[in-house]
Design a protein around this ligand. Structure first.
Ligand SMILES: [Zn+2]
Length: 316
């Protein structure tokens, strides 16, 4: 097997705990929510205002949403705030050596624009070009289970039909609404050739992962870590080649996993499931993808070679 220069550097960076070198090696981030895709400290500097830091531990999505609503929302949900946070997210991805980026933006942001999805898409294109044209950016449109579907419909369909977005992701409180409610939206996304993703198995159980994949005909799952409790579901995911885009620090902070040493990514990988390592919400969890790799190596969850294989699979 030929070892590429990138692989050599990645292995060396892990062994030497060299974050700068690690950041220079191409990586993917396939589970990243854009307005929260940069460091809180960079965001504070840019807006010239201090923001209360997030709690180090959150008991559920409601607690996380509560923090966002009371501390970040006013700075992000405006045209200026959206632009600022998107620019910082691309900058951060570039600094972290992200070569392939599937970063989601919530469809409700369409409502900030007088020309709706046209202005929204134009802004995303512009910011990608300005900040990080070298990144292979696959725009992802997001929707939340927390909201009324009737409020989402007027935003999500025009985004799907715009032809700009390459994937779709459903997030929010996993237990809030049955996946069946989203079948029409996902059918439309499929017919427009978007990659189909959804959060599942973060707060739900192993069976909920299979249920969500089957109901929405998913290509990939965001998190999906609860699948590790069921050999049957893991075999099923492997046999159907369903990738899990995992965010280790997010899982620890949201108390889904006790620590990185016991993260189920190990079990999932041992079952032959294709997994990737991602950031989720950098403004909340404060870890870049490079740091996530280093953390997993230092926690001895994976060897450097195993992490390199995960890295390579992500950018394929
Ligand atoms: Zn997420």
């Amino acid at each position: 097997m030929q070892i590429t220069d990138n692989s050599k550097q990645f292995l060396k960076a892990l062994q030497d705990s060299d974050l700068a070198l690690l950041s220079s090696v191409p990586k993917s981030d396939l589970h990243n929510h854009a307005p929260l895709g940069s460091r809180l400290s960079d965001f504070e500097k840019t807006i010239g205002q201090k923001i209360l830091p997030p709690p180090l531990s959150l008991k559920d999505i409601a607690e996380m949403d509560n923090y966002i609503i009371h501390n970040l929302r006013e700075h992000i949900v405006s045209l200026k705030g959206l632009e600022t946070s998107l620019r910082l997210a691309f900058k951060h991805a570039k600094q972290d050596g992200i070569q392939k980026l599937e970063m989601s933006v919530d469809c409700l942001f369409v409502n900030l624009f007088t020309d709706k999805e046209i202005g929204f898409v134009k802004l995303l294109k512009q910011i990608h070009q300005d900040e990080a044209p070298e990144i292979l950016y696959y725009p992802e449109i997001g929707l939340s289970r927390n909201l009324k579907i009737s409020d989402i419909e007027s935003c999500i369909y025009p985004c799907i039909e715009s032809g700009y977005f390459k994937s779709i992701d459903l997030y929010g409180d996993e237990l809030a609404k049955d996946s069946k409610n989203y079948i029409p939206i996902y059918k439309s996304a499929k017919s427009h050739h978007l990659k189909l993703k959804s959060h599942a198995g973060e707060f739900g159980n192993a069976e909920s992962v299979r249920y969500t994949v089957e109901t929405l005909e998913l290509d990939e799952v965001q998190h999906g870590i609860a699948a590790s409790n069921s050999p049957n579901v893991m075999k099923w995911l492997r046999n159907n080649n369903i990738r899990l885009n995992i965010c280790p620090t997010s899982n620890v902070v949201l108390c889904r996993v006790q620590n990185l040493q016991s993260h189920p990514a190990r079990i999932l990988a041992d079952y032959g499931i294709n997994i990737t390592i991602n950031s989720d919400d950098i403004m909340i969890f404060n870890q870049s993808v490079s740091e996530e790799y280093l953390n997993l190596f230092q926690a001895q969850l994976f060897s450097a070679n195993e992490l390199n294989t995960i890295r390579e699979n992500g950018i394929k």
